[in-house]
Ligand binder design. Structure first.
Ligand code: AMP
Length: 420
């Protein structure tokens, strides 16, 4: 061990477990790549005001959990706590919405940072794969994203997840509801901080997990009863499209999510094997976000799925992700001349697309064969001076244990044929 450790609330992805994370990222992004979403990558940090305005000044994410700092040049930046605001900022900056091809569909994968109290499933550095469809108001687009996430989880073999669905209304009906809710909440017996929240973001109070607060919330006005006709019809269509696609969801009228920018459709994916940190992913429609960050009106919808929690969900369901052995051939040279010849063969095999590794460090046969075994390679190539004098190497099948000489110039073709 060195003097240093990974910072609190973070962990390293190391082999062989790290392969699971790659497989999860791949499984989540595959349905997106297959559905017209283009890859986008944005910086790990942004102007702090982007998140303050976009995600919302009053949210926990911005007010308590953001890694904000000032650079030596005086810029006020923050490590990104989520992906949507950055992706929309980048799309607007590149004028993607003006190319006459709406919606702009983008997917991303990366690291996010929140100064949270660490526990299992909740980290200060975590990774997400996300998708955003920018510039179109169409219930089919909301449905598409939910269907693709469902498909991604299912392709990994996950079954014990549920989809929670709600509508948060729009700029017509939400303010009316907000006022009715505030009137109700102001009469309750609540602490100072929650009272402040009533004035800034009353919907978040509904999300309060404390039992004494939940008890007082019985009889609170529900948004469902305030939705305008447009929002109702929109939500009905999203629900119908999901049902037609065979996607099972639960209506959850208390689902408000921790970010201020959501309008209309909101959803969350929860996994029942994860304890308190059960949300594996979430998203929704954010029709007002573009204007909040100084852009034109661009109704949009998106989601982000947590890679760390998806891996935990796989473990909770006892699912082994299929991770193919990384090495097919392992080369073991005996002596200096063999080292030069085999190293050349290794390069040739690799160029021919065969995953190959080499016993570095001039180790003896026994140690090198142990490494060959551990690598999971199907074949081992062993060669000493006598083999080379005959223009051959020994090709050993690690499954059957059989070994035979193969001419140097026939090796690549022979190995490829046997692996096929
Ligand atoms: P959110 O933007 O908060 O809705 O987060 C979307 C998803 O990212 C969640 O459902 C989690 O899977 C994941 N996530 C969010 N915060 C964390 C965290 N602190 N640690 C691990 N995963 C997280």
């Amino acid at each position: 061990m060195s003097t240093f450790q990974a910072p609190k609330g973070t962990y390293d992805l190391i082999p062989p477990d790290s392969a699971k994370y790659l497989a999860v990222r791949e499984a989540i992004s595959a349905p997106l790549k297959n559905s017209g979403y283009g890859y986008i990558e944005t910086p790990g940090f942004e102007d702090v005001a982007l998140f303050a305005r976009g995600v919302g000044e009053s949210t926990d994410i911005v007010s308590k959990e953001m890694y904000a700092f000032e650079t030596k040049g005086g810029d006020k930046l923050a490590l990104r706590p989520e992906g949507t605001a950055s992706v929309l900022r980048a799309a607007l900056e590149a004028n993607l919405h003006k190319a006459g091809n709406l919606p702009v569909k983008l997917w991303y994968s990366g690291s996010y940072y929140r100064y949270e109290r660490p526990q299992k499933g909740r980290y200060r550095h975590f990774s997400q794969v996300g998708a955003e469809a920018i510039g179109t108001e169409d219930p089919a687009l909301d449905a598409e994203l939910i269907i693709l996430a469902d498909q991604a989880y299912r392709s990994l073999g996950l079954r014990q997840f549920r989809i929670l669905l709600n509508s948060l209304g729009d700029k017509e009906c939400r303010p009316v509801y907000r006022e009715a809710l505030q009137t109700f909440l102001r009469d309750l017996d609540l602490d100072e901080e929650t009272r402040r929240r009533i004035e800034i973001n009353p919907l978040r109070v509904l999300d309060d997990k404390r039992p004494d607060v939940q008890k007082q919330l019985t009889g609170a006005p529900m948004l469902r009863d305030f939705l305008c006709d447009g929002c109702k019809a929109y939500h009905e269509e999203v629900r119908d499209l999901l049902t037609a696609a065979g996607v099972v969801y639960e209506d959850d009228e208390k689902l408000v999510r921790g970010l201020d920018y959501y309008t209309r459709t909101t959803f969350e994916f929860v996994h029942d094997g994860l304890g308190s940190q059960s949300a594996v992913g979430g998203g929704g429609r954010y029709d007002g976000l573009s204007e909040m960050i100084g852009g034109p009106a661009l109704p949009s919808v998106g989601w982000a799925l947590g890679v760390d929690r998806t891996v935990l969900a796989l473990e909770a369901e006892g699912i082994e992700v299929d991770v193919p052995a990384t090495t097919s051939v392992y080369a073991v040279p005996l002596g200096d001349e063999a080292r030069r010849v085999l190293f050349g063969l290794v390069t040739e095999l690799r160029k021919a697309g065969v995953a190959t590794d080499f016993a570095f460090g001039g180790r003896g046969l026994k140690g090198a064969m142990k490494s060959a075994n551990r690598s999971g390679a199907r074949f081992t190539i062993v060669a000493g001076e006598r083999d080379l004098a005959e223009g051959a190497v020994q090709l050993k099948d690690m499954e059957s244990g059989e070994q035979e000489p193969v001419a140097l110039d026939a090796l690549v073709a022979t190995v490829r044929a046997r692996l096929a």
